[in-house]
Structures are given as C-alpha cells and as structure tokens.
Design a protein around this ligand. Structure first.
Ligand SMILES: [Zn+2]
Length: 129
C-alpha cells in the first residue's frame, strides 16, 4: 500500500472496514497508532503511515455514564461512553450496555458501528465480551 493511499483513508472508510469485519488503523514507524483521517502521526509527527489490522478485542481504560446527552443521543441516555485501547489505538465509543456496573477499567470489548437516522455520523459501539 502506498503512502498516498494511506493518507487518503477517510473516517468513513475506517467505519465501513469495522462493519465488514476487517478493521484497520494507521501505524507510524515508531509504533504509534491512530485512525483516519491522518496525514502525520499525532504522537510524533512521522509522515510515513502504514495500514495495519486493528486488534479484534479492546480493553476499557475509562468509562463514564452520560445522563444528559446531546440531542442526537437524547433517546439513549443514560448511556455509557468509554475509552478503550485496541493495541496502540485508543478509541472513544458508546458501550452497548446500559448497566454502568457491567463496564469498568479492564473490561474487554469488541468494536461495532451503529448508524441511525438521528445521527449524521456513524457511532463507534463497544460490545462487552
Ligand atoms: Zn508516531
């Protein structure tokens, strides 16, 4: 894969790759991970990014319950958002589980995409394993 192709990857391609079961991330030569759109590594500024397979399972680093949501998520509140590490990539998503007690630091999750009419952008969803 050429660097030009890597740099042109979009967030929508990232989401569609999750839906088709072939998720990826962008890696720099130093091993930092990021998700598109990126032209340089957000950690070190490296301009040589390659496409790598995203690990299937992530681990929750932090989770919080949202009681007052933005209008696009109003019907879902209260819900849990979390930051999970998938290998070198930290992602923020909504947890597909309304019981806040079920999600904590160290919970293993898999990644999915949810599309609704109310939300313009696809939502990253973490599914506890
Ligand atoms: Zn880097």
């Amino acid at each position: 894969m050429s660097e030009r192709e890597t740099a042109s990857r979009t967030h929508d391609e990232f989401c569609r790759a999750i839906e088709t079961g072939d998720p990826f991330y962008l890696a720099c030569p130093d091993g930092h991970g990021s998700v598109p759109p990126r032209r340089v590594c957000p950690e070190c500024g490296a301009q040589s990014l390659t496409v790598e397979a995203l690990p299937e399972t992530g681990r929750v680093q932090a989770a919080t319950v949202v009681h007052v949501a933005t209008s696009a998520f109003a019907d879902s509140a209260p819900y849990v958002t979390a930051i999970a590490d998938f290998g070198p990539v930290s992602l923020t998503g909504v947890v597909a589980e309304t019981d806040p007690e079920a999600v904590e630091h160290g919970t293993d999750v898999t990644l999915a995409i949810q599309r609704t009419d109310e939300r313009k952008r696809p939502t990253l969803v973490f599914e506890p394993r």
